[in-house]
Design a binder for this molecule. Structure first.
Ligand SMILES: [Zn+2]
Ligand SMILES: [Zn+2]
Length: 123
């Protein structure tokens, strides 16, 4: 079982199933939300359990073309989750996992929207 949480510990979660390898998203929303890019693993919704949710807040953007909401810790600001109603998985910030994760980076997406201050890898 994988576990993880935010910087301050006010949000903790467990994944009772396999994790996808890590996708790095350079899209405009992830860039602004995370401050640079969002590296995410993913788990089946049924395997994902928030076990400490004191600090958990969800925000949704009407402009999001996926209708996704994003979860973060309102006590320390850690960016944690991306959840789209169209998917049966929840994306989880890879950096919030407790090591060892056993995961690898599998690719980069939305590199065309990457910040103009660095050279994003090809998708
Ligand atoms: Zn926190
Ligand atoms: Zn993104």
């Amino acid at each position: 079982m994988a576990t993880g949480g935010c910087l301050c510990g006010a949000v903790r979660y467990e994944v009772r199933g396999p994790l996808r390898d890590v996708l790095i998203c350079h899209c405009t929303e992830c860039r602004r939300w995370s401050g640079h890019l969002f590296a995410a693993t993913a788990a089946a919704r049924a395997d994902f359990h928030v076990v400490g949710e004191r600090g958990l807040r969800w925000i949704a953007r009407a402009e999001s073309d996926t209708g996704a909401r994003r979860g973060f810790c309102c006590e320390c600001g850690t960016s944690l989750f991306w959840d789209s109603p169209d998917r049966d998985t929840v994306s989880i910030a890879a950096g919030s996992l407790d090591p060892p994760t056993g995961l690898r980076v599998m690719g980069h997406v939305y590199v065309g929207q990457a910040g103009d201050y660095y050279d994003a890898p090809l998708g």
